[in-house]
Design a protein around this ligand. Sequence first.
Ligand code: FAD
Ligand code: NAD
Length: 466
Amino acid sequence: MSSYDVVIIGGGPGGYNAAIRAGQLGLKVACVEGRDTLGGTCLNVGCMPSKALLHASELYEAAVGGEFATLGIEVTPTLNLPQMMKQKDDSVGALTKGIEFLFRKNKVEWIKGWGRLNGVGKVSVTQADGTQRELSAKDIVIATGSEPTPLPGVTIDNTRILDSTGALSLPEVPKHLVVIGAGVIGLELGSVWRRLGSQVTVVEYLDRICPGLDDETARTLQRTLTKQGMSFKLATKVTGAKASAKGVTLSLEPAAGGTSEELKADYVLVAIGRRPYTEGLGLETVGITPDKRGMLDNQQHRSGVPGIWVIGDVTSGPMLAHKAEDEAIACIERIAGHAAEVNYGVIPGVIYTKPEVATVGQSEEQLKAQGRAYKVGKFPFTANSRAKINHEAEGFVKVLADERTDQILGVHIIGPSAGELIGEYCVAMEFSASAEDIALICHPHPTRSEALRQAAMNVHGWAMQA
Ligand code: FAD
Ligand code: NAD
């Protein structure tokens, strides 16, 4: 039996950040990860490979679709899909190795194998060669992440019917890709394959895309993606799928019921959400019962069983890598006896389409539901000189501020580099800034960040450049 201060089960953004922080604080720490590489969903089959393909496909489309020609750059591009996949895999390999380096640097022991709780304070690990290893620890952190939610009647085979992992490694460009679910994964990976030449149809159960996203922003995104050639079938349910060697035939029905129709595709991507992953984790040995959605409950990262903590996708909150990272830090600080807090009100979300969507804080719909009086300041990128000169002037910045105190309550950006721009408002909101604070801060010219300032000015109706 090897003993530790902390054993972390799972080596994704929750687990690896927890392990590194524990090492930094001088705790004796082991991280159990069953995959061949560290980094979890995010590095291996999530954030990073998807962004590699989004970046490469965006440049390809700029070259093939006339954007380069507009700038006076004449090229005749050819798609080399194996090389596009290779550069993605090479980058992923380098990033996962980077976590191994950080583990060595911070004296974190990586125990390669699948961990199982074996009573409070104990973890049994089944190693790759089948041998068992027993660990004991004062504190155990569950960071086992999530997996794609299956859709009854549409069985994933990762040959024709894909989950996100399959859609990140297709051997050819689909002629017709049907995406089930107009959420983040569907729109990002749908964008990748559309840019590379696929006809893409997105089938969504609800009557809107991206539930939870500020309505106006979601409508603008749908309009833009439609203009780019993506088609949407909203308020539609998929009732079955027949896969053959050549493709898939889906049966669709209006969500409210009615006449069914068929939709043929050569590939189908199922992206209807993710669910917590706790298979074989031995939760019953410590008396933890997941809720109806398979989620592990937590109170400030405590599971309810002394010495067992939960962070990341396996517990409540948005399933985002930076949320898992924040929880990792706070959880380990608490284990070490320090004060720590995660501010769930300021966790940004980004959709890496073109244009990008970035959002933090509350949407107009949420504020209305709370009956909170607020003001709106909007500024379009068509009036931002840098966006205009770069021919990327679609979208806007929208700032929502309390009507009485002017405190910033929510920010929604659709436009170029929105994911980078939102950081300024995250800082502002952490410091309880007012819209006027941002309006009075000097921003460099010419940058897209000037749109952030102009939108803040417009909360009080004095944007000067639109
Ligand atoms: P995970 O990253 O899922 O890691 C859990 C790890 O635990 C896994 O490696 C698993 O093998 C291991 N494990 C599970 N059970 C055991 C066990 N019993 N023993 C040992 N090991 C175990 N989020 C963003 O913020 N930005 C993005 O751009 C983004 N893009 C995404 C794109 C895609 C296609 C997908 C699928 C997800 C994306 N996400 C993104 C979400 C992000 O990947 C997750 O929120 C994040 O990885 C959650 O981290 P985690 O540590 O909780 O879990
Ligand atoms: P999602 O929750 O973002 O979207 C799922 C979509 O599928 C929703 O629009 C939902 O209404 C729809 N849906 C649900 N059931 C359906 C059905 N039966 N038929 C048709 N549509 C249905 O989930 P996702 O896109 O699978 O992503 C999973 C998680 O991964 C998300 O929580 C997200 O936060 C994370 N992720 C984040 C990023 C990012 O931050 N850029 C990228 C990818 C994934």
